[in-house]
Design a binder for this molecule. Structure first.
Ligand code: 26W
Length: 819
């Protein structure tokens, strides 16, 4: 139990909060009010450790990591915080005595969803691991007024509803007005000569005040509390609104609007760059504020800015925070008067870049016009970085225009952020072994050739504290009962479970727990979707963002194919299967949204067809998010990881399923490769082309899906059902675009860009193997237990230790609290 936790004090604190905040006695409190009261009481316990942690960091003058990210997909904090202060049993008792149920109270918390998917959730797992391992670190991001939209399904279509997560206030955040700072946009740069040297002053700009809100990131049982600092924008009003000076009035209104719009909403695009001016404003806003603050903090304790990098490291979570490179340069040049070479030496030893995708449509390239208008001084600096870098290329590859065309930071009227991130830092990493190899061999080949020492791999990981201990309490308790609790902070220890994989009693216990988790999910589905599912069927799950490369379409086409077989032969011998989908589509991604409609239309037909005797059910879970993900992973038998090989940089859902004892049905893509390496190919279902084969076809300009269409009757039949009104009797043309995307009857893209038809036969075969395998309960239980036992590598604790050893070089800090 946490040193700072006292049951009676906690109870009084809850009662007091209800009274003081809501003017009510505890028995009158609504569940939402009870949540607030409990959350404030928990925060009260955390605060002392939070203060103590930062005192300790200062005392030790520890090197600090700033994890710069536009997204932090935190999920709910209450349950996780209670677990990490190690007060779960006591909190449960107190709530019990007060007549509340912890689960119901946890359900009142809005899911802070300040992220899209993989990259944002990874950032959240990293913060958990950093705190648990005791490393000094800040997450730096944006306090979006509206996070990821809430998804409603109406008539099978996705509807986006604003996520007003702050409407009742968020108990865990603390506004830190004392650290507010100004961020400037636009205007022009004036050059002045002073003391025999050029100085640059930005004039005629608009500005906003960046105000940080801090959230505690509680380490597991170690008294360490780190900080997620998210920036809000407020108007700076040095102008008076009743001024008779028209210019002033205009400016005041503009600055008011700028502040309001800048942090208004998270862009819901995942893996797709849209080039919106407001997005660049968001990027510079939070980066300028974070970098300014990091420099100030350093200077409070140190004299020599030349040694900044010894105490500070910036990790850029993809290219979105890359303006950190020129922003740090600007501060060093313009505010500290360093020479270019001095400033460059500091900057390139401070910044490091992580790449999370090879999808070319995700690459950020800003038009020069926009970039230089919004950030005139920053653009000057980028120009100079580029000029010097191009010079370097020319020295290394005299006369080689091709190298310049590929590697220049500014080219073709655009500022290329990935190139800037690679040149401006000391490290470039991919997020799974295969992904890093593809970066080195294909996407970033020229950079790798020029600066191989920068490149390294950091295979992603996930926190077992949230995705097993909190999300799957039954399995967590079972694991601890068998091997003790060390796995909570040392996941490889979970391998000790392997000896139980063959034990019939353990197999039975394991399958019972899986069954209970399936009952829990079935209940959730009934409550939220109104669909009855049978917990004895195989739960076959694909939950992730909706994207063509992730191939949800292949999954649902296979469901249709199976359904056809059942219609042909109602006595078909198959294990009942529940196909579960969960996915948000970017609001502007038409084909992705149509795929959601297709899944729901297929579900409608199949779920209402009495003739197949419930052997197939299809469920689309509305509003897939961190809180229901925890329930879903715990209940899964089969984990669908079926991206076109080479396209999924890593995947992290795959690891969460494995940790919860689901078997992977997947391609040799991203971290699947390493998952299979750990658990053995015999305990997974692998199918499809390899990344080399995919890349081979791509270099030849694709393949001809018509051959498959013509030669495979079952596939042809499924495709025809897309356009003959089988799933859309009112509008037979509804799914024409999907049909066309596979066969390319008129579009200009390559046909079946993601090789769905090409991989389909091997996918169907693997699915058949799943069916066969599930009939052998002993085999399945063993394989599932082995998946849990072999998941040790995929903890984000391991990932963080690798970042620390190879890139960040931080020291662990111990925080003692007097009882
Ligand atoms: C500019 C628009 C945009 C927005 C988000 C481009 C790219 C992104 C992200 C990089 C997309 C993303 O989340 N990538 C995922 O990152 C995970 C964590 O490393 C990986 O596990 C996933 O494979 C990868 O798709």
């Amino acid at each position: 139990m946490s040193m700072g936790f006292d049951k009676e004090t906690f109870k009084k604190s809850v009662i007091y909060n209800v009274k003081n905040v809501f003017r009510k006695t505890i028995d009158e409190a609504t569940p939402e009010q009870a949540f607030q009261a409990v959350a404030y009481a928990v925060k009260d316990v955390i605060i002392d450790e939070w203060i103590a942690t930062h005192k300790e960091y200062e005392k030790q003058d520890a090197k600090t990591l700033y994890y710069l990210s536009m997204e932090f997909l935190m999920g709910r904090a209450l349950g996780n915080n209670i677990i990490n202060i190690m007060a779960l049993p006591e909190v449960k008792e107190v709530l019990d005595e007060l007549g509340f149920d912890l689960n119901a109270i946890e359900d009142q918390e809005p899911d802070p969803a300040l992220g899209n998917g993989g990259l944002g959730r990874l950032a959240a797992c990293f913060l958990d691991s950093l705190a648990t391992l005791g490393y000094p670190a800040y997450g730096c991001g944006i306090r979006y007024r509206y996070g990821m939209f809430k998804q409603k399904i109406e008539n099978g279509y996705q509807m986006e509803v604003p996520d007003d997560w702050l409407k009742n206030g968020y108990p865990f955040e603390v506004r830190r007005a004392e650290y507010a700072t100004e961020v400037k946009f636009g205007g022009y740069v004036r050059t002045v000569w002073e003391n025999g040297r050029e100085h640059f002053v930005q004039e005629g700009y608009q500005s906003v005040r960046a105000v940080p809100y801090d959230m505690p990131i509680v380490g597991y049982g170690n008294n360490v509390v780190n900080t997620l600092r998210i920036w809000d924008a407020e108007a700076i009003n040095t102008f008076s609104l009743d001024s008779f000076d028209k210019g002033d009035y205009q400016k005041a209104v503009e600055q008011e609007n700028l502040a309001k719009t800048i942090v208004e909403v998270l862009y819901p695009n995942d893996n797709h760059y849209a080039g919106k001016e407001l997005r660049l404003k968001q990027q510079y806003f939070f980066i300028s504020a974070s970098v300014q603050r990091a420099v100030k903090k350093y200077m409070e304790k140190h004299e020599d800015i030349h040694k900044f990098f010894e105490k500070t490291v910036f990790q850029l979570n993809d290219t979105h925070p890359t303006v950190a490179v020129p922003e740090l340069m600007r501060i060093l040049l313009d505010e500290f008067n360093l020479t270019w070479d001095e400033a460059w030496a500091v900057t390139t030893k401070t910044c490091a870049y992580t790449n999370h995708t090879i999808m070319s449509e995700a690459l950020e390239k800003w038009p020069i016009e926009l970039f230089s208008r919004l950030l005139p001084r920053i653009y000057q600096i980028v120009e100079e970085i580029n000029r010097r870098f191009v010079e370097q290329i020319q020295q290394m590859y005299p006369g080689n225009q091709d190298k310049i065309r590929k590697m220049a930071i500014i080219y073709d009227g655009q500022v290329r952020m990935a190139n800037l991130a690679i040149v401006g830092g000391f490290s470039v990493n991919g997020v799974a072994r295969l992904h890093t190899e593809i970066l080195k061999k294909e996407e970033l080949r020229d950079f790798y050739e020029m600066m191989p020492q920068k490149f390294n791999n950091k295979t992603n990981g996930i926190t077992q504290r949230r995705f097993l201990l909190h999300g799957n309490p039954l399995l967590a308790e079972w694991v601890t009962g068998k091997i003790g609790s060390e796995w909570i902070t040392n996941l490889p220890h979970i391998h000790r479970l392997a000896v139980y994989a063959d034990d019939p009693k353990c197999q039975q216990e394991f399958m019972d727990i899986k069954y209970q988790n399936k009952v829990r999910l079935a209940k959730y589905i009934k409550e939220h979707n109104g669909i009855d599912v049978d917990p004895r069927s195989i739960f076959d799950v694909q939950v992730k963002r909706l994207h063509e490369y992730k191939r949800q379409l292949m999954n649902i086409l296979h469901v249709i194919y199976l359904y056809n077989q059942l219609k042909d032969n109602p006595n078909l011998d198959m294990v009942p299967r529940t196909f579960i989908f969960g996915a948000k589509a970017a609001a502007g991604y038409k084909r992705a949204k149509l795929t959601i409609k297709l899944i729901n239309s297929v579900a409608d037909v199949i779920n209402n067809d009495k003739s197949i005797d419930g052997k197939i059910k299809v469920v689309f879970i509305e509003d897939y998010k961190v809180s229901n993900a925890e329930i879903i992973f715990a209940a899964a038998d089969v984990s669908e990881q079926i991206s076109t090989a080479s396209k999924e940089a890593s995947g992290t859902g795959n690891m969460k399923f494995m940790l919860n004892g689901a078997l992977t049905l997947g391609t040799m893509d991203g971290a699947n490769v390493e998952i299979v390496e750990e658990v053995g190919a015999e305990n997974a279902f692998i199918f499809g082309m390899t990344s080399d084969e995919v890349i081979g076809y791509e270099n030849k300009g694709g393949y001809n899906p018509m051959e498959i269409f013509n030669n495979n009757y079952q596939i042809r039949r499924v495709l025809m059902q897309l356009i003959n009104g089988y799933f859309a009797p009112q509008d037979p043309e509804l799914f024409r675009d999907i049909y066309n995307s596979l066969l390319n009857t008129q579009s200009s893209d390559r046909a079946d860009t993601y090789f769905i038809l090409k991989d389909f036969p091997s996918y169907a075969e693997a699915q058949q193997k799943v069916d066969q395998a599930y009939r052998n309960e002993t085999w399945w239980a063993k394989a599932a237990i082995l998946n849990v036992a072999c998941s040790g590598k995929f903890t984000s604790d391991r990932t963080i230790e690798e970042y620390v050893n190879d890139i960040w070089h931080l020291e662990k800090v111990k925080v003692e609290i007097e009882a």
